[in-house]
Design a protein around this ligand. Structure first.
Ligand code: PSV
Ligand code: MN
Length: 428
C-alpha cells in the first residue's frame, strides 16, 4: 500500500504545474459557455469496479507468460485493487468471480476488503466450465441444458453465488450466458432459449429485494455456431420477461465486428434496461484489451449516450460500471490504472459536448456542425480534469509514474514467493 505521505509528496512536486493547466482549461471551457467545475465534480464521483480475475497475468489458449509478484490468492488480489484505488481514487469496488475467487470464508474477505476501503459490486457466476468433482457436466450447456439435473446444478450454483454476494455486501448478480451450439441441428433454438428463461426465472425469485440481475450476451465463443443469448435483443427479451430487477449488461467486446455499440446502449437506455458494463477494448473479437486502447472515439460515443441519458433524467438509469479485461503483456495493476483513466477521460469529454447546440444542428440537419460538435468535445485534452478529480479523491497526480518510481512491483515480487503460486482463470 502507498502511504498518504508518499502520495502527498508526489503531488506536492506537481501541483503548481497542474493548477496552471487546470486554470488554462477552465478558461477554454468557459469561452465555450461551459463550467469546468461541474465536469470535475462528476468525474470525482465516478467509480468503476475492478474484476477479481484481472489482477494476475492472463493468457491465451496458446500459453501464458507469468509476471513477477502476481497475487497468489483473492486476499492478495484485494491488496492490488486497493493500490489501484489509492492511486486513482476511483476504484473502490470489486466484482468477484465465483468459484474462481471464492473465499473459504466470505465474511473474512469482506472484512479484509473493508479494511482496505473496498466494497463489492456485482458477483459473477460461472457455469461455463466444469469444476473438479462436479457431479454433472456443462459440456452441452448449463441453464439451457436438455437435462433437468444439469439445469438444477447450474441454478443452484447461481443461488450459491447470490449467498456469497449477500455476505460480501454485493447487490447484483451477473450471469454470462455462455451456452450455445457448434453445429446446425445440434440445438433447438426456441426450446434452448425457453429453458434458459425458465432457469433464470427461478434464480430471479431468489434475488434479495435490493438486488439486480444482469444478463450478459455474447455472439460467439465458446460456442461457434449459435449462442443462446447472442445479442442485446435476446438479452433484452430475458430482462423484460424476468421483471424489474433484471437488466442487460453490455460487455464492449461482445459484439460482431462493426456493431454500433453506442446505439445498442441507447436502445437499452430507452427500454430502461441498461444494467451495466464490462469495459474493455478489442480489435477482432472478445480481445479483452485495455479500455480505450483501440477505439477511444467509440468509448467517448458510449459515454455520450450515458451523459445524455443522465442529462435527460431517464427513468431507472443507474448503470454499474465494471471492467472485464485480460492482461497478457502488461502489468495488470498498470493496465487497470490506465483503464480507469481512459473511462474518466471518455466521461469528461462526453460532458463537454454542447448538447443544446447539438440538438439545434440535429434539428436543422446540419450534419457537418453536428459532427463538429462531437469532435470539439472529443478532441479537448481533459487531462487536467482527471488529475484534479484524482487530487480531490486522495489519489496521485501521475499514478503510473508513481507506481513505477516506487518499485512497487519489485517489492511484490520479493514478497510473493512461489508458495501458493498464482493459478490463472481461463479467461474467455
Ligand atoms: C465472457 O467472455 C466474459 O466476458 C464474462 O463476463 C465472463 O465472466 C468473463 O468474460 C470471464 O473472463
Ligand atoms: Mn464480460
Amino acid at each position: 500500500m502507498f502511504t498518504v505521505e508518499v502520495i502527498g509528496s508526489h503531488n506536492r512536486n506537481r501541483v503548481e504545474a497542474h493548477q496552471q493547466d487546470l486554470d488554462h482549461l477552465g478558461e477554454l471551457v468557459a469561452r465555450r459557455g461551459q463550467n469546468i467545475e461541474a465536469v470535475v465534480s462528476s468525474v470525482t464521483s465516478f467509480e468503476c469496479a475492478i474484476p477479481s480475475w484481472a489482477l494476475g497475468t492472463g493468457g491465451t489458449r496458446f500459453g501464458r507468460f507469468p509476471g513477477a509478484g502476481e497475487p497468489r490468492n483473492v486476499f492478495e488480489k484485494m491488496e492490488d485493487i486497493a493500490v489501484i484505488h489509492q492511486l486513482t481514487g476511483s476504484a473502490s469496488t470489486v466484482s468477484l468471480h465465483i468459484p474462481w475467487d471464492e473465499p473459504d470464508d466470505p465474511a473474512e474477505l469482506r472484512d479484509h476488503a473493508s479494511a482496505l476501503n473496498l466494497g463489492f459490486d456485482a458477483v459473477n457466476s460461472n457455469t461455463f466450465q466444469d469444476q473438479a468433482d462436479q457431479p454433472v457436466s456443462f459440456k452441452f450447456g448449463s441453464l439451457c441444458h436438455t437435462d433437468a439435473d444439469v439445469r438444477r446444478f447450474a441454478i443452484d450454483h447461481n443461488l450459491h453465488t447470490i449467498e456469497v454476494g449477500k455476505t460480501l455486501g454485493s447487490n447484483a448478480l451477473t450471469v454470462w450466458l455462455a451456452d450455445g451450439s457448434n453445429f446446425p441441428g445440434q440445438s433447438h433454438f426456441r426450446k434452448a432459449f425457453d429453458r434458459t428463461l425458465s432457469s433464470l426465472s427461478e434464480i430471479y425469485t431468489h434475488l434479495p429485494d435490493d438486488w439486480q440481475m444482469f444478463t450478459e450476451h455474447k455472439p460467439y465463443e465458446p460456442a461457434f455456431y449459435s449462442s443462446v443469448v447472442q445479442d442485446w435483443g435476446s438479452s433484452l427479451m430475458l430482462a423484460q420477461r424476468l421483471g424489474k430487477k433484471a437488466k442487460c449488461l453490455v460487455d464492449l467486446g461482445h459484439h460482431l465486428p462493426n456493431a454500433n455499440v453506442e446505439q445498442i446502449v441507447s436502445r437499452l437506455v430507452s427500454a430502461e434496461k441498461l444494467g451495466g458494463f464490462h469495459f474493455n477494448d478489442s480489435m477482432y473479437g472478445d480481445d479483452d484489451l485495455t479500455t480505450g486502447s483501440i477505439h477511444p472515439y467509440q468509448l467517448f460515443l458510449v459515454f455520450n449516450e450515458l451523459v445524455d441519458a443522465a442529462h435527460d433524467r431517464v427513468e431507472g438509469f443507474e448503470p454499474s460500471y465494471m471492467l472485464d479485461q485480460s492482461h497478457n503483456l502488461k502489468d495488470p495493476i498498470e493496465a487497470l490504472i490506465q483503464s480507469i483513466v481512459a473511462l474518466q477521460r471518455a466521461f469528461a469529454k462526453a460532458q463537454l459536448v454542447d448538447r443544446e447546440a447539438l440538438a439545434g444542428f440535429q434539428q436543422s440537419n446540419d450534419v457537418l456542425m453536428a459532427e463538429e460538435t462531437m469532435k470539439t468535445a472529443f478532441e479537448t485534452d481533459v487531462s487536467p480534469i482527471i488529475r484534479e478529480a484524482r487530487l480531490r479523491n486522495g489519489g496521485a497526480l501521475e499514478p503510473l509514474a508513481l507506481f513505477r518510481e516506487s518499485g512497487y512491483r519489485a517489492a511484490l515480487a520479493a514478497k510473493r514467493t512461489s508458495a501458493g503460486e498464482y493459478v490463472p482463470p481461463q479467461n474467455l
